[in-house]
Design a protein around this ligand. Structure first.
Ligand SMILES: [Zn+2]
Length: 129
């Protein structure tokens, strides 16, 4: 019996390099989920909604990744709700469609650069919203 290999990738934080990455993945017909916080380090904006909608049109999934890229452990209920529930709602408003996936932050690491995906390595668990 032939074995079937199923491959997917996930990318975090809405880095500007994701434009190039999405293009490379699409050319290779590789599936991916982009987990995007609404704001990044220092409250800087991440990829604009238009880019995320384009990624969706290319067939990629977009997942929530908190509102402000905060570690959830130790947050008060109100802050936790904002980071989890509001990130889903706000992302859905940006995309104009439902968001099914969520990645939480597990440790304090910097945002990834084009050649360093240290942040993505820190997100080992996939949890549906
Ligand atoms: Zn992250």
């Amino acid at each position: 019996m032939d074995k079937i290999a199923i491959v997917t990738t996930s990318w975090d934080d809405g880095h500007p390099c994701d434009f190039r990455l999405a293009d490379e993945l699409a050319q290779r017909n590789l599936p991916a989920t982009f987990y995007v916080p609404l704001t990044g380090e220092g409250n800087k904006s991440v990829l604009p909604g238009e880019a995320l909608r384009t990624f969706r049109k290319l067939g990629f999934e977009i997942g929530a990744h908190t509102v402000s890229h905060r570690i959830l452990r130790g947050l008060e209920q109100k802050e936790l709700s904002r980071e989890v529930r509001d990130s889903k709602r706000m992302l859905e408003e940006l995309l104009g469609s439902e968001v099914h996936m969520f990645y939480r932050l597990r440790s304090a690491v910097g945002f990834r650069g084009c050649a360093d995906n240290a942040d993505a390595r820190s997100h080992a668990q996939l949890r549906p919203v």
